[in-house]
Design a protein. Structure first.
Length: 66
């Protein structure tokens, strides 16, 4: 289980953003005593869901180039 601080470090985001993502349920978490924890499996699922698709190559412009 990871702390929200560890999640922030792994995602290279601020702790406040990580807490917001946990609070809104974007990243599933568990409450243990007074602490929030994120399982490594849930974090990996989040990363898999949010993985960006490769950018489609832009078509080449026809005519004059500026």
């Amino acid at each position: 289980m990871l702390t929200v601080k560890q999640v922030a470090e792994r995602l290279s985001i601020s702790k406040s953003l990580a807490y917001r993502m946990v609070r809104t349920g974007e990243i599933p978490s568990y409450r243990i005593a007074n602490c929030r924890r994120v399982s490594e499996e849930e974090l990996q699922k989040y990363l898999d869901r949010s993985q960006t698709q490769s950018v489609v190559e832009m078509p080449k412009a026809k005519g004059k180039h500026f």
